[in-house]
Design a binder for this molecule. Structure first.
Ligand SMILES: *Cc1c(COP(=O)(O)O)cnc(C)c1O
Length: 409
């Protein structure tokens, strides 16, 4: 029995905190415990540090620090962006929101909530690579459209959307644009002016920062209502005493991550490409999901025919590998991925899909380790599937499987 190695290949779900970030945070959970709103010296010291952190994150996305608002994470940033703008810009003729069917639940569910509460909603379709066409956004625009929300890159398959082109079309009609850039930040360049967006969501724990902290960028002049009312924190848009250590840790992870972005990007792409090449070459009846090129450098999502994804996941886990079937939010349930469904992938293939997502700590040995186990696990699982012919190594039809079962009895 070979030694079990711990291999983490689920960096789109979350990432490990950078030691530099932890080190920067520690004093703000011990010595510097002041409330940043306090006038005395303990408050002032912390306030100055938050201001520095805001500067770092603003610079990273090409924004002014006054346009950076700290939230409890990507989910709250998405909620604040969509509800906050929809409520503030409610039109007499009713308001219309445009989004896509492959958004993170933090956007998808917020849009559905609005649709249940008097807003009109259009989900523009995606193609088989999970790509939104800017022209379909143009066609969806109505007189009363108040917001377009299309994610920058998808967390399950990694496809990067043409956000700048979508924004250009929306801006011709003066429509506000939001993008969830949680997955592209510190992986590809994210610049609010290049993208042209008014609202942009970020999350710290996806970029080796602490959990429970995120940012909503709000372009100056964008109509917004707060979700949380109370004190005057975050210029009245997000009441509540700041997550001081979280903010400081987030900024440090951005500072270090940004300096290494190109190097890390090339590194994870090399690992990803090698894993992808070997799976497609060594395991028959597999299919790559997501755009072949316009994709996050460290993400690969593959469907294995005649496989139940949960069983595959558990077998990989027993061999020390942490991977995901796609959306972290749907793991633990057997609901098929809403992203793969929207891409038009047949149900029986969706159930056998795995997402590998690499980070800066992964090494080529991780890929080799995965490939010493994955082919064997796939063979074993297929051999117990009624839809697999182990002699001819092929997928059989449901009818064939049913008649084989009858003969067997
Ligand atoms: C993880 C993720 C979120 C949610 O961020 P949290 O900080 O975990 O709330 C939102 N959008 C995308 C695309 C994500 O991958």
């Amino acid at each position: 029995m070979s030694k079990i190695r711990q291999v983490y290949m689920d960096n789109n779900a979350t990432t490990r905190l950078r030691p530099e970030a932890l080190e920067a945070m520690m004093p703000y959970m011990t010595v510097h415990f002041g409330n940043p709103s306090s006038v005395h010296h303990l408050g002032r010291a912390v306030r100055a540090k938050i201001s520095d952190a805001r500067d770092v994150i603003a610079a990273a996305i090409g924004a002014d620090p006054s346009e950076v608002f700290f939230t409890s994470g990507g989910t709250e940033a998405d909620n604040l962006a969509i509800k906050g703008h929809a409520w503030a810009d409610r039109k007499a003729s009713g308001s219309h929101v445009i989004t896509s069917p492959i958004e993170h639940p933090a956007v998808l569910e917020v849009c559905k909530y609005l649709a249940k509460n008097g807003y009109e909603l259009t989900q523009v379709p995606v193609d088989a690579d999970a790509m939104v066409s800017p022209e379909s956004v143009r066609e969806a625009i109505k007189e009363n459209t108040t917001l377009v929300s299309i994610m920058h890159a998808n967390n399950e398959v990694g496809t990067i959307q043409p956000v700048a082109e979508i924004t250009k079309i929306a801006k011709e009609k003066g429509i506000t644009v939001h993008t969830d850039a949680v997955q592209t930040f510190i992986k590809t360049p994210v610049n609010v002016d290049d993208l042209g967006v008014d609202l942009l969501s970020l999350s710290s724990h996806k970029v080796n920062g602490p959990k429970g902290i995120g940012v909503l960028y709000i372009r100056k002049g964008t109509k917004m209502h707060p979700l949380a009312h109370g004190g005057h924190h975050e210029r009245g848009l997000r009441a509540g005493t700041e997550n001081v250590a979280g903010i400081i840790g987030f900024a440090k992870s951005v500072e270090v991550g940004l300096a290494e972005m190109e190097k890390t990007g090339a590194h994870v792409k090399k690992l990803r490409d090698e894993l992808e090449r070997r799976i497609l070459a060594e395991i028959p009846h597999t299919k790559l999901n997501g755009h072949p090129e316009k994709r996050l450098p460290g993400t690969v999502n593959i469907s294995f025919k005649c496989i139940e994804g949960e069983a595959l996941l558990i077998n990989m886990d027993m061999s020390g590998m942490a991977i995901s079937t796609g959306s972290a939010c749907s793991s633990g349930s057997l609901d098929p991925s809403h992203v793969l469904i929207a891409m038009g992938i047949p149900h029986e293939i969706i159930h056998g899909s795995l997402r590998f997502s690499f980070g800066h700590e992964n090494v080529m040995d991780d890929v080799d380790y995965a490939m010493t186990h994955l082919p064997r696990i796939i063979t074993n699982l297929r051999n117990i599937s009624p839809l697999w012919d182990p002699e001819e190594l092929r997928v059989v039809s449901l009818e064939e499987a049913q008649s084989n079962a009858k003969v067997g009895h």
